[in-house]
Every structure is written in C-alpha cells, then in structure tokens.
Ligand binder design. Sequence first.
Ligand code: ADP
Ligand code: MG
Length: 633
Amino acid sequence: MTVEAAKETRGFETEAKQLLQLMIHSLYSNKEIFLRELVSNASDAADKLRFEALKKPDLYEGNTDLKIRVEFDKEAKTITISDNGIGMSREEVIENLGTIAKSGTAAFLQSLSGDEKKDAQLIGQFGVGFYSAFIVADKVEVLTRRAGKNIEDGVHWESAGEAEYSIENVEKKERGTTIILHLNKDQEEFADGWRLRSIIKKYSDHISIPVVMKKEQYGEEEKDKEPEDETINTATALWTRSRSDVSDEEYKEFYKHISHDFNEPLKWSHNRVEGKLDYTSLLYLPQKAPFDMYNRDAARGLKLYVQRTFIMDDAEQFLPLYLRFIKGVVDSNDLSLNVSREILQKDPNIDSMRTALTKRVLDMLEKMAKNDKENYQSFWKEFGEVLKEGPAEDYANKEKVAKLLRFASTLDDNEEQTHSLDEYIERMKEGQEKIYYVVAENHNTAKNSPHLEVFRKKGIEVLLLSNRVDDWLMGHLMEYDGKSFQDVGKGALDLGKLDTEEDKKEQEKVEKEFEDFISRVKEVLKDDVETVRVTHRLTESPACLVVGEHDMGAQMKRLLESAGQHVPESKPTIEINPHHPLVKKMDTEQDEDRFGDLAKVIFDQASLAEGGTLKDPASYVHRLNKLLLELSQ
Ligand code: ADP
Ligand code: MG
C-alpha cells in the first residue's frame, strides 16, 4: 500500500466547518433540498464527463449511457445517490469537499446577521450544495473514482459533518460518484420511495439525463424478480423544450440548478433563434445581488452548451459587464465542440450573439418596468448601480439603458430612486428645455443644495443624484429623447424660456446696481475663485459655488482623488445673492478688513454647503468667531 492510499483523518478548513454548521441550522425548515443539491452535482459531473470525453473518448470506459441512480434502504436507513459522471481523484475530493475555495468566504461569514431567515438567503447564493447532505444525515460516505483512472484509484471519504473527515483509497469498479447518506434518527421518513420520487419530480425534473429508481414491487409473484428501473424525471435539456411545455416551477428549479442560488429568479426570457445563427438562450434575472458583485474577479457569464453538450461555465463573452448579474444558458448549434475561451473572444459570430442577447435582457427589463413596476423597483434596488455603468460601456444602447434608469427627485421627501426620465419629461414645465439634475456626495447634500433654491421657487423638478457612479454616468448620458441634461451646479444659470422678459430686465438691473460690490469681492477672493457674479438662483442662501460648464464636478473630483489620481486644479465661480440680508449689510460695510472677513466666510460656507472641505479650516473658524464676537458686543 502506498502512502497516498493510506487512510487519513483530516480537519475541515475552519471556514468550511462554520458554513456547514450554519447551513444545517438555517436550511432545516427546507430539508428536502439535500436531494436536489446532490442530483444537481451528479448532473454537473455528467456534463463534465461529456465535455472531457470530446477529446478523450476513452473516458467513457465503454459506457456512454449516463444516468443518476437514487436508492434507499428502509432497514439500514440510508439513501444512496450514484452517478457515472466524471468522478473525483483523491486531491479533488480534498479540494472540493474539504475546503471552500471561493474567495471572500471569510468576509461572507462576517456579513451574516445571525437572523436565520436572512442568512439562509445569503448561504443560498454562496452555493454550499454538497454540505446540505448533513441536514438529514449524521454520516455521509462518498465513494468516487475519476473517469480514466485505475480501479484501485477509487476514493472513500467519510464524515459526520463535525470537525473532521477521513479519506482512503479503495477499489471502485464503476467510474463516477456514489454518495451514501446515513439518515439522522429524525429523518428516517426520507427512506421512502414515494417521498423520494415526489422530491425528484418537484426539484429535479429539468435534469437532462435520467434520474432512475427501482420500480416499487407489490404482490407475492414479483417478490423474487429483480425490479426494473424507472426514470423519474423528464430527462431532456429544459431549454430545448418549447416555452409552452415548461412550467414556471420548472423554470425556477432549473435556475437554482445552474446558478447555485437558493432564491427564486425574478424574471426569465427563453428564446430560440434560427437563421444565420442558430442558438437557444435562457436568461435569468436573479432576485438578489451576489455579495461579490463589485469584485472584478468574481465569476460571471452564461453556461455555454454546443449542441446540448456542456462546454463551459462563466462564458463572459455573451453579455457586457454592466449586465454581469444575468445568469443563464446559451446553447449554440454553430460553434464547434472544441471551442475555447480564446476562440470565443475572436469569433465575430459571438459579437452578434452578444448584441442580440444584450437586447434580450434590455427588452426583458423594459417590459418589466412597464408591466410589473413592483418587481422592477426591487430589481433596481439590487442592480441599479450596475446598470448605471451601461451608458459608458455600451454606446449603442445608451438610450435604451437610459430609459431604464430611475432617480430620486425633488418631488419626493424620500431618497427612493423611482422616477424615470420619461416621467420627468412628461412633467416638464412649459418652456422647459432641459433635464435638470444635481449631483452630491449623499442624498441630503443633494436635497439641500443651494443650487435648488430657484428651481423650488419656480416649481421645476430636479433629479437628485448621489451614487458614486452618478457624475460619471451623467458625463456619458449627455441627452435623452432629444433633451439635454443640465447639472444645476455647473455653468451660468440659463433657464431659457422659463425666465420671463420681466425676470431678465430685473436681473440686469440688479447686476448693474451691484457692479461695485462685485469688484470689491473679486479683490478679496481673486486667488480662490475663477470669477464673482450676481446670482439669480438663490433665494435663501447668501452665495453658492458653481463649476465651469466643462469642468469636472466635485463628486467626480473626490472620486478620482480618493483613487489616488492627480486631478487638475480648477477654481470655482462664486455667485452672490444680492437679496440676502447678509449681502445687503456687507454692501454698506465701510471697513475693508471686515468686508474681507465676511466675503471669505461666505465663500467658505458656500463650499461647505456643497459637501466640500476647506483648504484652511482654522482660518475659517477664527474669522467666524471674530465676527460672532463683534456681533455680541
Ligand atoms: P457547487 O456545485 O456549487 O460547485 P457543491 O458543494 O455542490 O458546490 O459541490 C462542490 C464540488 O464538489 C463541486 O464543484 C464538484 O467539483 C464536486 N462534486 C460534488 N459532487 C460531485 C459529483 N457527484 N461528482 C463529481 N464531483 C462532485
Ligand atoms: Mg452543487
């Protein structure tokens, strides 16, 4: 016996152990899914064998009849699930069943709340399928042999789901994996033919290879005969069936199988394309964002099949990055069976499939936005920020993506993003030509921005943007439905036809009156600002800062700076409200020192109101205190 083959006992990786315990507790109310998970793994194993056998037909070992067998023994209280798929080597058993290889496991465990229901959902997206065996079993044995290996290279793995497992090499004649569940005392009900059949039918009907059980035998005359096999599931690849033949339940269970997500999908779209290209796609919109959606290395993409043969998971080439939350299957009749990731990247047909699939997803979202507002809102909450990457990444679909965006607005008192651009345009005031918006660090700063004062006064709606990507998004959006966007914090205020002739005359008059005053302020702030001018956008604040029409917004600037990038220096313009009592008082101030202090304080305050930080906060405090003291004397 070689050292390799010796029996050894190993500890589970700490994280695996923790997950295992959590899993057992949180999925206890839905115990029967253990069978779904084990059948799902067996089906994946068959897919992998088919794929590897494309290049190495020997792996079939003379048997191409792939199936999954479920057996039970009422006396011994066991359930056995066997497959003749790819199987596992000793190293693979250790790697796959003893550790949790996914990155971010520790962070995931920390994010758990202790609330079992919520945690169960999270665990679901993590996909800890195999361990679900321990929900019903107090001992699990795995017997496996990798296809193509020698008979004596079989592996026996065994664990009680606590701290450790044992592993040793054994002989195994048939390739593939057999899993034996020794049921808990309270779970013996599962060792029952009727129960197992109904669970398989319910959760695993979509599995594309046969799931077989021995026919139940009744009556004396059948007693000594070897029982026949019976296939429990439909056993055809679900996506090859026509839409009208597939029930919602089947679509949902299939989603769980391919996505390893325990939650139900929110929506799906199933289509067959014939013509120049011939392929079937089944695309799902999940309910919950995965915890690693912003991790650049996280797996994404579709499951690729070629003529019903599984080729690869996570084929990224079929959808753009901003739709990375979509799960699903694409089955092509044109691609060659030995297609690789490299080939996918170069194949021009993939580009046209990608264009078509992108459109499918956007259409599905558009339809949902129109007909199923509640679910759309829940989609937006989970994935809105990712979709906002769309206009920058996908120029061709800019308008389509823009239609799907949702914003917070000055119409509401809350920060919910519920308003579409179409709705905004419908509500535009007579004479209004632009879509107005403000971008700030957070919702409150946006909502309370002094730039909104004139819009409030005139009853003009402004969209309130405060997500990290918003400045960047708006930089790419430019216009929608022929209307341009206007950041209310950028450039000179131009309300176009929203200002009457009278308004304009009045404004010119005030500007004349304040010419001297403006020159005095310019003298004080000449190093800090681009220019000083009278404002017509303020009603309550004494002043506000405005950035140049083509300068970078404050949010974008902070974003780049926090990423360690050098941002070119650009000075803001200060606009001063001539109707404000403080400004009126300043206008009569004879003492130039005091005037200077007031001007600087007003400038710093305007910067604070934007959510900015002061270059010299100590001087600001000093000046303000000086003025306060004078006030109280
Ligand atoms: P997932 O299916 O999400 O990868 P599981 O916990 O269900 O996670 O399974 C872990 C891994 O164990 C699988 O990815 C696979 O590599 C391996 N595995 C499980 N069951 C089988 C099986 N029946 N045949 C071959 N490999 C298996
Ligand atoms: Mg699994």
